[in-house]
Structure formats: C-alpha cells, structure tokens
Design a protein around this ligand. Structure first.
Ligand code: URP
Ligand code: ZN
Ligand code: ZN
Length: 481
C-alpha cells in the first residue's frame, strides 16, 4: 500500500520546504524533491497546498458517561469527524468512578475505542486514592502505554480530586515517569456558588459562568502548580481559560518550572455572551467547564499561545444533544457539561491564527500537533513529517473556504459552537496510517482501523527535571538547624 503526496510545501514545526512525501505501509518512507516511485502508487496532487503533520487533539471525551448521560459522539463518529478536520490522533480520557479499579475502566474504554477510525491514546483519571490505585498506575505505565494521569479538581461529589489525591498521585506519577494533568477549578467553591445562585432563584444557563468565576480556575491552577513545584514534578493544565490561570502558568515557567498549558479552540474564539441567549437550547449547548469567558480573556489566551506559555490546543470534545442538555431546564447545575469541536479545531485556528498573523504556519503545526506529540511522548512517531514517522498527514488548502455548520458537519451532535463561522484554510486531504481517508469533503473510513498508541514513560523533560532534583531534592532536611 503506497501513496505519494506530490508537489506540495511540507510544513513542520521548524521548517517549510517544497517536497514530495512518499508513504508505504502506514509510514513515511521518503521526503524529497521530485521523488520517483513505483507504478501503482496512488498520487495526491498537493500543488499550491501545505503538507503538515496530522493534528493531535490531546483532550477529547468520546462516549463519556457523565452527569447522568453518555456523550453522543462515540469513538467511531468522533474519530471520523476528526479526520474530516485534519486531526489524525486523539488522546481521550479513561475516567474510573471513585472507588473503582483503574484497570477495569481502562479495559472498558479500550473496548469502546475499538471502533475508532483513527489512532488514539488514553490519559487515565485518578479520582480516588489507595494502594490499589498506585498499583494500577504502575501497571498502566509499565504494561499499557499510559504516560499521563488526569485530576479533576472540580465536580465535587463525583470525580473531584482533593489535595490528598493530588499529592499522592503526582508523587507516584513522578516515580513512574508519567505526567500529571489537571482540570483546574476549585470544586468546593463551584459547589457553594451553585447552591447560592440556585437559592437566589438563578436556575438558567446564565448561572453556569456565574458559579465558575475566573478566581475558581485561578486558585486551582495555582494550587496544582505549587503542589507540582513542591514535589518537583512536571504538570500539564488542560483547558486554561482565564488570565488568572495563565498568569500562574507564565510565572511558574519564568521561574524554570516545567508547567505545560493547553488552550481550547472554543475558549480562543467564543465569549460568555452565549449564556445570555434567551433560547435555552443555545445557551445550554455552550455549557461546559470552564465556561466561555469575557472577550478580554481571549486576547490573553492568544498571547499565551503566541508567547509559548501555552503549548497545545485541544477541543475537550464532549458532545451532548439538546435532549440531553434539557436535563438542566430548571437547574443549570444539571446541564451535562461539554461542547464539541474535534472536526473544526484546525480550521478555526488556522483562520484566526495564521490568517491574522498571530501564528506562523510552523507555529500552527507546533500547537496543533508537534507539541502534543512531544509533551505526551509520541514524537517523532506522531507530530512530524519525517522518514519513519507514521503517515498521518493533512494536506492543507490555504485558499479553501467553508462555512461551519451543524447541518454539514460530521460530528454526532445537533449543535456546532462555531456555527456560521466562515473560515479560509481547510484540509483538502487527510491521510491516516498512509491511507487517504478524507478527500475534498468525502470521508472514506474503516470502522476499527484506528490503532491504540502506547506512549512510553519518561519523556525527555523528565531527564531535565531529574538533574535539577539531584541538585535540590524535594523534602531535603536541613540538619544544621
Ligand atoms: O465541560 C466539560 N469540559 N466536560 C467534559 C469534562 C471536563 O471537564 O473536561
Ligand atoms: Zn475538564
Ligand atoms: Zn475534558
């Protein structure tokens, strides 16, 4: 099975150059000018287009059981929608219910994900703590290719991780060479504010952002970062949405701490006016956590991305249809939290990032693919156009136009948060595992073709942190005093 992408400009995280890309048996076999290839090779004409590493969305929740329902997008439809948008790999989340085995949950998610049409990997959430959890973390890292663990600092009474869990889990993750990640919102504050708002008679979706003001995120972000600092572990903050959280990330990084920050395409482009919409369905469709923020937060987040203090972009793709959102018709705290976007992340970021000069094309590749591959230790298998890398590639038409709509998207959800947005710069072809799976609007995917990607522990930054720990170990005791 061979395929040649001919005459395009290859754009990677660090360079752009004219070259053909020849793929054989799922891998990139050769990158070079005017390649001669065997007869029978499928040829894609990429003249005038950019040939980039396929997108990696490091934050999705396909068919997640959550808030009394199950996300409408499953691993089949969700990964297919990703491919239609140039995203060739997702990292989804295994979320065990508190008190239940991480291993059982992992196997359950692996089974659900067997229908995926693109490659995928898993973070695993730590939602409770005892010795069996530590043991399961070890098994997951050593035998199952998991190298990142998620901690929800919100969702009190459900999956919230308190400080005891954070400290134990971050420490264990360090020992295993795994990266702790956090959803940074103070769950206690949210809970108390929700009660207060409901008691005041505020029951509609407008109560959602009011119960999660920026301080809620800023406090938790700073707490997670300082815990990581004390334990000398790296930490990755998912969906940074406020200046308060970004400031904590920026300050820690300027102090030399290994803190990574992710921003959602939605948080970069949509503001909190959506919650004032009189139509419950529209306002509820935007209920996600952290919520969309006032416009000025978007400027700060773009600057965070431009400055490199935020390294990855994601979607937190977690879809619920209007009939599911209706569970919170009389109580905003019961609206299932989540929005979609896996299909649109790359095009909205190109349109608002590259077309405006906020990002170079190479920076676009970094924040949509390469940085995630490096942070989560899949590089250069993923996130690169290089000989030996997986042939996960997007051919990008910088002049292609489209108007985003739920009527035409491939996502299995009845609303699109980017509805009506006109974008210039869209994928013309997506290649997954060396096969053409999307061509000018048409998907050609095979159920179950996606592979589970094992991610080894001890990404390169562990070595760097280790050297610093050797010089100044955590918990050293000053015996002279
Ligand atoms: O609202 C959201 N983000 N739902 C999915 C779960 C999470 O917090 O990431
Ligand atoms: Zn979250
Ligand atoms: Zn999430």
């Amino acid at each position: 099975m061979s395929l040649l992408i001919k005459g395009g400009t290859v754009v990677t995280a660090d360079q752009s150059f004219m070259a053909d890309v020849y793929c054989v048996d799922g891998k990139i076999a050769k990158v070079g000018a005017d390649l001669t290839v065997p007869g029978g090779t499928e040829v894609i004409d990429a003249a005038g287009q950019y040939v980039m590493p396929g997108g990696i969305d490091p934050h999705t929740h396909m068919q997640l059981p959550f808030m009394g329902t199950v996300a409408s997008e499953d691993f089949y439809s969700g990964t297919a929608a990703g491919l239609a948008g140039g995203t060739t790999c997702i990292i989804d989340f295994v979320i065990p219910a508190p008190g239940t085995s991480l291993m059982s949950a992992f196997h359950q998610w692996r089974e659900w994900a067997e229908k995926s049409v693109s490659d995928y990997a898993f973070h695993v959430a730590v939602t409770w703590w005892d010795e069996s959890v530590a043991q399961d973390m070890e098994t997951l890292v050593k035998e199952h290719g998991v190298n990142s663990f998620k901690h929800f600092m919100a969702y009190k009474g459900a999956i919230m991780a308190d400080d005891e869990i954070l400290v134990n889990s971050f420490s264990k993750a360090w020992d295993l060479g795994a990266l702790p990640t956090v959803h940074a919102e103070n769950g206690e504050l949210v809970y108390q504010l929700q009660k207060k708002l409901l008691a005041m008679g505020i029951t509609g979706p407008e109560g959602h952002p009011q119960s999660r003001p920026p301080e809620v995120e800023g406090e938790a972000a700073n707490r997670a970062i300082r815990i990581a600092q004390a334990l000398k572990t790296p930490v990755y903050l998912v969906h940074v949405s406020t200046e308060e959280a970004l400031d904590s990330v920026t300050r820690a990084r300027s102090e030399g701490q290994r803190v990574f920050g992710e921003v959602l395409a939605g948080h970069l482009l949509i503001d909190d006016s959506v919650y004032k919409n009189k139509d419950f369905d529209v306002a509820a469709a935007h209920v996600m956590s952290p919520p969309f923020r006032p416009k000025k937060a978007q400027d700060a987040l773009w600057k965070g991305l431009q400055s490199g203090n935020l390294q990855t972009t994601a979607t937190d793709h977690c879809c619920f249809c209007a009939d599911q959102k209706a569970a919170g018709k009389d109580d905003f705290t019961k609206i299932p939290n989540g929005t979609g976007g896996v299909e649109n992340r790359m095009e909205v970021l190109w349109n608002a990032g590259v077309n405006t000069g906020r990002l170079t094309m190479n920076e676009f590749v970094k924040v949509t693919s390469t940085n995630a591959a490096q942070i989560f230790n899949m590089y250069p298998r993923k996130g690169a156009i290089a000989e030996g890398s997986d042939a996960d590639i997007v051919v990008w038409d910088p002049k292609g136009k489209k108007t985003i709509s739920a009527k035409t998207h491939h996502q299995n959800v009845d609303y699109n948060i980017f509805e009506g947005m006109e974008v210039t710069g869209i994928p013309s072809h997506t290649i997954s595992q060396g096969k053409l799976v999307y061509c000018n609007g048409k998907l050609n995917v095979v159920r179950g073709a996606g592979n589970y990607i094992k991610r080894p522990p001890f990404a390169p930054y562990f070595d760097a942190i280790g050297k610093m720990r050797d010089m100044d170990p955590p918990f050293s005791v000053d015996r002279d005093s």
